[in-house]
Design a protein around this ligand. Structure first.
Ligand SMILES: [Zn+2]
Length: 319
């Protein structure tokens, strides 16, 4: 902030004994006041508050400030040091690192509003085309569930509750995907990345039943790198510490995600392998027996048992 000049004006009503202290109160060096009212008040056995009240009543500080943007000189009057700090703060624009006069400040504010309005229009258009193009069709079932939850709850405030078993990172990755696809808009404070609000078009709400249907009918073939068969080798625990130690234990990593769904019938099998190890597999029964499930279970149980036996006898399990 460039202060061109400054002066103290003291009222005629001011008691002479306060004049010097008031001048000291307004002593400015490098744009900072060098004396505090707390210290100045002591000489008069006054509180800082009472002294400040005298300063306010009996004086004013007039400054000629040069605008960093248009270089016009603006006259500013303040009644307290705090008042000056506020003027300083209000005229500072962090983006350009400049102190601006009130005219330039208003102009910046106007420009900001125009940018916000343009951005709003741009996001609206993007959201309309996202709905038109059914952008949700490219989402994973989980991302669709998150979208549905956002729509139902009118925001993200309940997400942590609904997805309490999901890591925050995974949840936010889904939220950002929804944003990138312009299905939702994330609003944050100007000076932080903290998302305080989520909005979406009312039109997206009307598509909710359609979105729900997609979540339920997500074709399994769409899942990448997911298998429905769980296969693992159970290693015999060679040195059990006591009777409570597990008979089989170990650690393992799966090369793919394994999807186990409720309501699906599974068949499991366990084989003995070398060194007393076991081989365990769990597989959807439909994968073994290709006939429609209802017919297989209700009318041809024997046939199903044979099919399972054949499947387990096959070389696929020979490892
Ligand atoms: Zn200016």
């Amino acid at each position: 902030m460039k202060i061109d000049s400054h002066r103290v004006e003291i009222e005629e009503t001011c008691k002479p004994e306060y004049i010097e202290a008031i001048k000291q109160y307004w002593a400015l060096e490098n744009n900072e006041f060098i004396n505090k009212s707390t210290d100045l008040a002591k000489a008069f056995d006054l509180t800082a508050y009472a002294f400040s009240a005298i300063v306010k009543k009996e004086s004013k500080f007039c400054l000629q400030i040069e605008c960093d943007s248009c270089h016009n000189i603006e006259t500013v009057q303040v009644k307290s040091q705090t008042n000056f700090a506020t003027v300083k703060k209000d005229s500072y624009y962090s983006r350009t690192n400049k102190f601006n006069c009130s005219k330039c400040k208003a102009l910046i504010q106007q420009q900001k509003l125009e940018v916000i309005e343009k951005q709003k229009q741009y996001l609206l258009e993007k959201q309309y085309s996202a709905i038109k193009n059914k952008n949700w069709l490219v989402l994973s079932p989980f991302e669709l569930k998150v979208l549905r939850c956002i729509i139902k709850n009118e925001g993200i405030s309940n997400l942590n509750y609904h997805f309490k078993n999901t890591s925050i990172k995974v949840l936010w990755s889904a939220i950002y995907t929804l944003r990138d696809l312009c299905l939702i808009v994330l609003h944050s404070n100007e000076d932080s990345n903290y998302v305080n609000r989520v909005t979406f078009l009312t039109e997206l709400k009307t598509t909710l039943p359609e979105v729900e249907a997609v979540v339920k009918n997500e074709p399994k073939a769409k899942l990448n790198n997911v298998t429905q068969e769980l296969k693992l080798r159970l290693t015999k625990n060679k040195a059990p510490k006591n009777g409570d130690s597990p008979v089989y234990s170990g650690v393992l990593n799966f090369p793919n995600d394994v999807l186990i769904e409720k309501g699906t019938q599974y068949t499991f099998g366990i084989w003995k392998r070398e060194f007393d190890n076991l081989y365990f597999t769990l597989i959807p029964t439909d994968n073994i027996y290709q006939a429609p499930r209802q017919q297989a279970v209700s009318s041809q149980p024997k046939h199903l048992r044979d099919a399972i036996q054949d499947f387990f006898d096959s070389s696929e399990f020979d490892f």
